[in-house]
Ligand binder design. Structure first.
Ligand code: SF4
Length: 932
């Protein structure tokens, strides 16, 4: 219980004595939920949803509600705490570094960048930043590259996420401005979710959808997704289209709307242009033809068209499924066409609403944080826009040539034309497509600066210079969520070690670099004493633009709470929804239809690569797991790297659930466990995008994905690759079954667990197949799974030392030489402390549960000393945890339903699904399947 409750503001210093509460936002997804951070003595002690924040009204999902667990003193084990300079580099490109001071670090960085700029020109350096930075960070990096250095080589991981949505809006509505808002969910009569597993990726928004449907049972929900996700399970109509066929679907829906005269000719005539060309295009897209392309039925397409066009208000929400495509811009435009043709825009409950993946992708777009944009929604290709920005910044000009987009940047690094790169708050060695090429690029580039909160990311390994950055709870500035709502982010606790704010480091570097390259504007370009001065300059850059925020201030955001833009000077409030007057920010004031034709995915399935693999998110993990991967309980929902495949495809290859598969694309391969799942259609696969080289052998999920990108947005097709898979056999003995290894150790603290993971990560580098994860809640268990073929006697000894199973500890051991099976365990106070199973691992989950729960090891002792494989009868493992808040497993829920309990009774007894609600869709699915 807090001793004193005070609300921190930018003006109030952080107290190190009293318990305090500070309003901020969740740092994960673009829903942008408000949080209240509880802290005492400079330490975050808890987090809860902010009841006054309009994005979430007090709710948080599993990720948001465990944020404080990522900021315990234990988390310092993986934090970057001081600058580190490279001392050596091994053959794999991994750098050994030593601690240095900030002056040396930034002088060194400035020397290196200046030398490259002098010798090779400004376009030989680049910045790769992040949608997780705050708007102020973004603004400074943009000005540093475009204003000081004179290069437009500043791109961001939002290129992988939102750039097709940006261009889709601009091509049709004239500006990168989502017209709808969260409140529209409760006004809509037809919700069209496309390429978005909202239940997992934007859970708190999905809670609003559930509320709206409960209040209005007549509301229709259509879900367009190749997979039967938890979101699709809840739909009135699930269109399980083939990957990449969205344009054919939307064109066919428009064809039906035209035929049935469901379009709105008056609106089209008064507020749009280009409809005749679109009409000619969609003439060919009969429902029969589109059904063939999309793998749907004619009836499904007709029903979707009817519901969309004839409801009183139709709203679409869409995300990566549309964006991460080589025709992502046109996917967006074809959907927006439907809204314009039916006048489902500019009124409550209607409009095309792009959901941002990252917490501040929108803020980055506001300040022009892409290599083709400028501050205040301006374009580099527009001479007037360049002149406006140059005037605002007090410089002669802004370079005209667009910079390198993310994929182009890493290509240029690999080719040696970009020689110095600054990477901030993102992990391209995990998240970019075609990881083999990205790793080569990071090895080839002469000087790699990584500005990071975490020192153990896949990218940090390549850093010549690692600069420690502040993180959630420590940062200060602003963010903008999917619905154009700006929130103040206020620092709750001091930065750990010598970590600094990203904007502060960027300014310090800019001032040093400016002197070395003798830029006369250095002093005037970066005059800021604090983040508010940066934001005020950004605010001025929006004056008169579609996103004008000149009526806002830090003080107002702190006093009145988060506000939507536009909010020009003199306005009483921000604009809830846009284009209510039918006037669009185009030269003619009219929205534009874009006539787009169906195109196939960049890679087609063929005889060699017959499986269409899509990627996406898990419920409880975030991006590359640098943060969520430190919290043991967030592994409970999907415990280890797995590729989801249809049982029919497994059968065909003589495989079953839990087998290991070798999965190959034209770019790389991974060895990974398979999860049999009917949510995936035959001939398709689903691979969660989170698993990288820190969680498994090799480069992770993106070893398989491809970098081919959309010609307008330059967003790569991360969503789809053609792959093949087969049952894994060790290369040395092609005919033998691989023997498994499971090694687990129960740790006294999260800090020890994270350190052990680091140690094991080094040990598994050479193993062909291994995964490294956590389990448990308060007492974490580190779990290594691999194959015994990689376990040399030396490796086994090293593993036993790491697990505290070496000979100097008293251990229980069993070995069956004939069957090549070994069990070794250490029991302390009748509790399992560590286990290594080699050759036979059927009891691993049972033993893991015992370690997690700290249960008596009496049964385990007997089992460990006997030639038994299966756990003793009645000791099945708990299985997947569905409700993370109250630790309730799928097996427990299913067993209760089988005994006749209703879902409501199970919930009343176990409280599952009654806190954050993230598991509610899954609970409904389990109950539905159980016939309850
Ligand atoms: Fe964070 Fe969850 Fe809200 Fe997204 S929905 S902002 S992850 S609490």
């Amino acid at each position: 219980m807090a001793e004193t409750l005070v609300s921190n503001t930018s003006a109030s210093p952080i107290s190190l004595a009293a318990a305090q509460e500070t309003r901020s936002t969740c740092c994960y997804c673009g829903v942008g939920c408000g949080v209240i951070i509880e802290h005492k003595a400079g330490q975050i002690t808890g987090v809860r949803g902010d009841p006054d924040h309009p994005a979430n009204f007090g709710r948080l999902c599993t990720k948001g509600s465990t944020l404080h667990l990522t900021m315990t003193p234990d988390s310092l084990a993986v934090r970057a705490l001081y600058p580190e300079l490279r001392t050596s580099r091994d053959a794999s490109g991994t750098n050994a570094r030593t601690r240095t001071d900030w002056n040396t670090a930034l002088d060194h960085a400035a020397d290196k960048f200046a030398a490259v700029i002098r010798e090779h020109g400004p376009d030989a350096v680049a910045f790769y930043i992040s949608g997780q930075l705050l708007t102020e960070d973004y603004y400074v990096f943009n000005k540093l590259a475009k204003g000081l250095i004179g290069t437009n080589n500043v791109d961001t991981n939002s290129r992988l996420c939102m750039s097709s949505a940006v261009v889709g809006y601009k091509q049709t509505l004239g500006a990168d401005s989502p017209p709808a808002c969260y409140d529209d969910v409760k006004h809509t009569d037809c919700l069209f979710l496309a390429g978005s597993n909202t239940a997992f990726a934007h859970p708190i928004l999905f809670r609003r959808i559930e509320d709206a449907r409960a209040a209005n049972p007549a509301m229709k929900m259509i879900v367009v997704d190749p997979r039967r996700t938890d979101t699709a399970e809840q739909a009135d109509l699930h269109l399980a289209l083939l990957p990449g066929t969205d344009i054919a679907l939307y064109n066919a829906m428009l064809h039906v709307m035209l035929w049935e005269e469901w379009i709105k000719p008056d609106y089209i005539a008064a507020h749009t242009e280009g409809f005749d060309a679109l009409k000619r295009t969609v003439r060919a897209y009969t429902p029969e033809m589109a059904a063939e392309i999309c793998g749907l039925t004619k009836k499904e397409i007709e029903t979707a068209a009817e519901w969309f066009a004839t409801s009183k208000a139709t709203m679409s929400m869409y995300c990566m499924g549309l964006n991460q495509s080589t025709h992502g811009t046109h996917n967006n435009a074809a959907l927006i066409n439907l809204h314009l043709a039916t006048a489902q825009i500019g009124k409550p409950g209607a409009g095309p609403f792009s959901l941002t993946g990252q917490p501040n992708a929108m803020g980055g777009r506001e300040v022009g944080g892409l290599s083709n944009l400028l501050s205040g929604h301006r374009d580099l290709t527009n001479a007037d826009h360049r002149a406006e920005v140059a005037r605002l910044w007090g410089i002669a000009d802004v370079p005209e040539k667009p910079g390198l987009s993310a994929v182009e940047l890493f290509d240029a690094m690999a080719a040696g034309t970009v020689k110095a790169v600054w990477i901030s708050c993102t992990n391209p060695a995990q998240s970019m497509p075609d990881q083999n090429l990205v790793h080569k690029a990071l090895q080839t580039c002469d000087f790699v600066v990584v500005q990071e909160a975490y020192r153990n990311t896949e990218t940090a390994r390549f850093a010549d210079l690692l600069l420690p950055a502040t993180s959630w709870g420590e940062k200060t500035g602003t963010v903008t969520n999917s619905e154009r709502r700006i929130s103040r982010v206020i620092q709750a606790v001091p930065a750990p070690g010598e970590a600094r704010h990203d904007w502060d480091t960027a300014i310090d570097f800019a001032r040093r670099l400016g002197q070395k390259i003798e830029n006369a504007n250095t002093a005037t370009l970066f005059p800021y004493a604090n983040e508010e001065e940066i934001w005020n300059e950004h605010r001025e850059s929006t004056r008169g633009r579609d996103l004008d925020i000149t009526g806002l201030s830090y003080a107002m955001l702190e006093q009145k709470g988060p506000q939507q833009w536009p909010f020009p000077q003199g306005a009483e409030s921000g604009k809830v929804r846009l284009y209510e007057d039918g006037i669009y920010p185009t030269a003619s004031g009219r929205a534009k239809f874009v006539a787009a034709e169906h195109k196939d995915t960049a890679e087609k399935a063929d005889a060699r690569y017959p499986i269409r693999m899509t990627t996406g998110r898990l419920r409880d993990q975030w991006h590359g797991m640098s943060r969520t991967g430190t919290v043991a309980r967030l592994y409970a929902h999907e415990a280890e790297p797995m590729i989801h495949l249809n049982p029919v495809d497994l059968d065909k290859r003589g495989m079953k659930d839990g087998d290991l598969a070798r999965v190959k694309s034209r770019r790389g391969e991974i060895i990974i466990k398979v999860l049999a799942s009917e949510s995936v259609r035959i001939g398709q696969a689903f691979l969660p995008m989170h698993w990288g080289g820190n969680a498994m052998s090799g480069a992770g999920a993106n070893a398989l994905t491809l970098k081919t990108f959309d010609p307008f947005s330059k967003q790569p097709e991360l969503k789809h690759s053609a792959v093949q898979f087969e049952k894994y056999k060790p290369s040395k003995t092609e005919t033998t079954e691989p023997k498994a290894l499971v090694a687990m150790r129960r740790m006294s603290s999260e800090s020890n667990a994270l350190q052990l993971m680091e140690e094991l990560r080094e040990q598994i580098k050479e193993m062909p197949q291994a995964s490294l994860t956590l389990a448990g809640r308060d007492t974490p268990v580190v779990i290594l799974k691999a194959l015994t073929e990689a376990l040399t006697p030396e490796a086994e000894r090293a593993l036993d030392v790491a697990l505290s199973l070496a000979d100097d500890f008293e251990c229980v051991s069993y070995r069956d030489v004939r069957r090549d099976i070994a069990k070794r365990a250490r029991v302390v106070d009748n509790k399992l402390a560590a286990v290594r199973l080699t050759g036979e691992v059927k009891a691993a989950s049972w033993l893991q549960d015992m370690m997690v729960n700290g249960g008596a090891a009496t049964e385990a002792r007997k089992w460990l000393l006997a030639p038994l494989a299966e756990p003793p009868a009645g000791n099945a493992a708990r299985g997947k945890i569905i409700c993370n808040c109250f630790d309730v497993s799928e097996n427990e829920i299913s067993a209760a339903l089988r005994t006749g309990e209703s879902l409501e009774q199970v919930q009343a007894r176990t409280r599952c699904g009654t806190n954050c609600g993230s598991c509610v869709p899954e609970l409904k699915r389990i109950a539905f399947r159980a016939g309850s």
